[in-house]
Design a protein around this ligand. Structure first.
Ligand SMILES: Cc1cc2nc3c(=O)[nH]c(=O)nc-3n(C[C@H](O)[C@H](O)[C@H](O)COP(=O)(O)O)c2cc1C
Length: 163
């Protein structure tokens, strides 16, 4: 059975809700195992053991969050040239932008020779002042539905072997 690995980090809950929505949709695909992991808990064996990936991160200071970057720092060379061609997609939770984190994530995936199978999805929480940025986030249903679409698409493609 093919395996989809969803790796995420979240400080105030937005990215966690996005990753969970994608995971729930992917789990509906019975011919596929979906594994949802926090970035801090994921390592090279988890990456090697999966057939496709969904990476979900907040944008912090115009880049992916430090914990998500740490995941890539710990795994990058351990799996380089061993996962070429596998499919991936990205979810970004941002206050107002998100493009820096997405660009960075796509560059890392390009280095891994992964195949991007869905446009990167950026969800903006419109948090731009310290109080709102540090407050717990609630992602709107319409945005969660978009995350679910990404998860379902990845799952269906993996299960059907079309990627
Ligand atoms: C230290 C820090 C830096 C941030 N920098 C950015 C940024 O550069 N661009 C942006 O759009 N949002 C930025 N944000 C806002 C977060 O992306 C936003 O709060 C998002 O909801 C965080 O995701 P999370 O709820 O999963 O932690 C920043 C937040 C923090 C805490």
């Amino acid at each position: 059975m093919k395996k989809l690995l969803i790796v995420y980090h979240s400080m105030t809950g937005g990215t966690r809700q996005m990753a969970a929505a994608a995971a729930q949709a992917a789990c509906a695909e019975e011919a596929l195992e979906t594994v949802l992991m926090r970035a801090a808990d994921a390592g090279p064996d988890d990456v090697l053991g999966a057939d496709g990936y969904l990476f979900a991160t907040p944008e912090n200071l115009a880049s992916m969050s430090g914990v998500m970057k740490d995941f890539f720092d710990r795994t990058y060379y351990a799996v380089l040239d061993r996962i070429n061609g596998r499919p991936y997609a990205a979810l970004i939770c941002a206050g107002s932008d998100g493009r820096g984190a997405l660009r960075q994530l796509d560059r890392i995936a390009t280095g891994w020779r992964l195949k991007c199978v869905a446009p990167g999805l950026i969800v903006c929480t419109h948090a731009q002042d310290p109080v709102r940025i540090l407050a717990p986030k609630v992602i709107e249903a319409a945005d969660l539905a978009k995350c679910a679409e990404v998860g379902a698409g990845l799952a269906a493609g993996l299960a059907a072997g079309v990627f």
